[in-house]
Design a binder for this molecule. Structure first.
Ligand code: PGA
Length: 268
């Protein structure tokens, strides 16, 4: 049976000012408390300006939801106007930082090397990088999915000096599935996750078995359980559905239910 705890992260992207964020996370805390979601690690990634308010609510509500940042600077400090350093996020209680989300790669020209330097900065600053990888529709059509995933993951891992699987998360997010309503099938998600774990075996060795690999792209309460049913998919990175406390709780519940039935299954 797998010892990897499932992880579900909600990426709010460029949505919710800090007042709206307080409402959303207060409702989320209430709903998660009333749901049977033990055993699932949960986190939310609001915009930077909301982090402090969201963290206060989580503390007051005493609900176990990790604080996640959507991005961070590759630099630790200095003359980099507009940037936010990982140490600043860590001080606010941030646990995970996304590195190389496809929207950062696409709209803000983040290349593999920048993603690698960012992931390294996240580790240096005391947080856990969630390295996002995924192919575009064209790359998929051209049969280049594995080539792209391997290149992206190898680059990111190459930037880390000590590769400790417990201080790293990988998210497989096919670009064609993000925000399109067309999620990958559980079979495709499993094929990619197991391929990525194989790539991670290079630097991580047996540690790759402890690495959590998430799937992201058009996840909702209806498909969450099916998407984490395969062996190598250890959780979900959720965009749109994380903007509703009800929908996000349904995703977390779907994952919790699936893991409960996995635990009962003689197969695992
Ligand atoms: P989506 O976004 O769930 O809205 O498709 C996923 C993501 O970008 O992380």
């Amino acid at each position: 049976m797998t010892s990897r705890r499932p992880l579900v992260l909600g990426n709010w992207k460029l949505n919710c000012d800090h007042v709206q964020a307080v409402h959303l996370v207060t409702e989320l805390a209430l709903r998660l408390r009333g749901a049977d979601v033990g055993g699932v690690d949960v986190g939310v990634a609001p915009p930077f300006t909301d982090l402090r308010s969201v963290s206060s609510v989580l503390e007051a509500e005493q609900v176990d939801v990790a604080l996640v940042a959507q991005h961070a600077s590759e630099h630790d400090e200095g003359a980099f106007t507009g940037e936010v350093a990982v140490s600043m996020l860590h001080r606010l209680g941030v646990t995970y930082v996304l590195a190389g989300h496809s929207e950062r790669r696409r709209y803000f020209h983040m290349d593999d090397e920048t993603v690698a330097r960012t992931a390294a900065a996240v580790r240096r600053g005391g947080c856990v990088p969630v390295v996002c990888v995924g192919e575009t529709a064209d790359e998929r059509e051209e049969g280049r999915t594995e080539e792209v995933l391997e290149r992206q993951l190898r680059a990111a891992l190459g930037g880390l000096d000590d590769v400790d699987a417990e201080r790293l998360v990988v998210a497989y997010e096919p670009v064609w599935a993000i925000g399109t309503g067309q999620s990958a099938t559980p079979e495709d998600a499993e094929a990619a996750a197991s391929f990525l774990r194989g790539v991670a075996k290079g630097p991580l060795g047996d540690g790759a078995d402890r690495l959590r690999v998430l799937y992201g792209g058009s996840v909702d309460g209806d498909n969450a359980g099916d998407l984490v049913a395969p062996d190598d998919v250890d959780g979900l990175l959720v965009g749109g559905a994380s903007l509703s406390a009800q929908a996000f709780t349904a995703v977390v519940t779907g994952v919790a239910d699936c893991y409960r039935s996995r635990a009962r299954s003689p197969r695992r």
